[in-house]
Design a binder for this molecule. Structure first.
Ligand SMILES: [Zn+2]
Ligand SMILES: [Zn+2]
Length: 87
């Protein structure tokens, strides 16, 4: 089952994020309301902060609970980057 990550701020339905990595922690920044959401689990993988295919900076984020994977899907070119889940 794949869950799309949506902004947790009340009243915001944003599901596109800019991604930044601070001290090995992943930060999702909602493109609608600019709320930052920080994930505590540390990552040893190279999360894309820009799309390696088109250079886009905005991603949809989906979690596959069964496979324990996370996808970052570029909002520009739809390219998917898959990682083992850290969320
Ligand atoms: Zn938001
Ligand atoms: Zn792209």
């Amino acid at each position: 089952m794949v869950n799309t990550v949506v902004c947790k701020k009340e009243g915001c339905v944003g599901n596109r994020f800019k991604i930044s990595v601070q001290r090995l922690k992943v930060v999702l920044i909602c493109t609608e309301c600019r709320t930052c959401e920080k994930y505590d689990r540390e990552m040893n993988q190279n999360v894309p902060t820009i799309c390696r295919q088109c250079g886009g900076e905005i991603f949809k984020v989906c979690k596959d609970v069964e496979k324990n994977e996370i996808y970052f899907q570029c909002a520009e070119c739809d390219r998917k980057f898959t990682f083992s889940s850290m969320l």
